[in-house]
Design a protein around this ligand. Sequence first.
Ligand code: TYM
Length: 345
Amino acid sequence: MSDAPAKVFPKRIFSGIQPSGGLTLGNYLGALKRFAVAQDEGIETVYCLVDLHAITVWQDPGKLRHATRELAAGFIASGVDPARSILFNQSQVPAHAELAWIFNCVARMGWLRRMTQFKDKAGKHAEEASVGLFAYPNLMAADIMAYHATHVPVGEDQKQHLELTRDIAIKFNHDYGVDFFPVVEPVIEGAATRVMSLRDGTKKMSKSDPSDQSRINLTDDADAIAQKFRKARTDSEPLPETVDGLDGRAEARNLVNIYAALADVTPAQVLAQFGGQGFGTFKPALADLAVAKLTPISAEMKRLMQDVAEIDRVLGVGAERAHAIAEPVLDQTREIVGLIRSRGR
Ligand code: TYM
């Protein structure tokens, strides 16, 4: 390889969310809320509803359509402005699937076998899982690299996929002797990068958990939010004065982190206010805060969902803008790999 200094790529943010089921407080605090903030930092932001990822497990087509539009409404209601960010659904930009194929030929079987999310999702039935579920991280790498994105804000659970994305970029650049794909930086920041289940502080809050009590859905009303926090599992000790005092208290730590992320303060600041007080005081305060922050979002989602044609229009505009960035990247990739451009000469 040459001694030329590594290319500096302009900063571009990319992230995505699957339209499979509803949005949770984990998606909001770990991703959506941060997407809206990133949009104000003077960097181009590209946000994708990853519908092709969702079909790695069978989806009822009608429900998928609904979930995709509701997710778009969730992005917009959380503050992602389709005029300032590019907001679109993945399947409308063919570069994702095509680049994913090329990455299928770069990534190694052993790399994908190590993905804990595949092991968790496929469980004991790996032989019956779709090939798409196994190859999913390559599509995720393609999502990011089709835009030459440099920064990817995600929750903690996506860290391993982003490490694989980095490995694919490095191997592609090395195998073809180019400095073409940037090696992405995962951006896993803030108090709520891993929001835990309200029933079990050792498990991630997830839309696929069979217990609805384990999560706050963005579509929950004020009563449901208050009731779920009231019933959230905790220990019987008062809150500690310092963050160190949360060690070994997963449920308490989770509620403190949620409060901090919703209030835009640090966990230490939450404990400065509530340290020494019991959950009898803290839980209602947390519920009030969550209701104040989340119910305007769910109301706005409901309003937006009354006009799905407008949602589709907004996504279509985003898809055109996304396509304009991704297609030239794909075209250069074909060139690098040695695929002849025979059409449209
Ligand atoms: P998905 O759809 O499972 O989740 C979307 C985002 O929400 C975050 N998240 C959480 N954050 C904190 N606490 C939780 N309990 C929690 N649950 C979910 C996730 O970390 C994620 O940031 N593979 C991705 C989607 C994807 C993607 C991409 C992301 C496809 N292509 C390219 C970034 C870049 C996924 O399934 O996320």
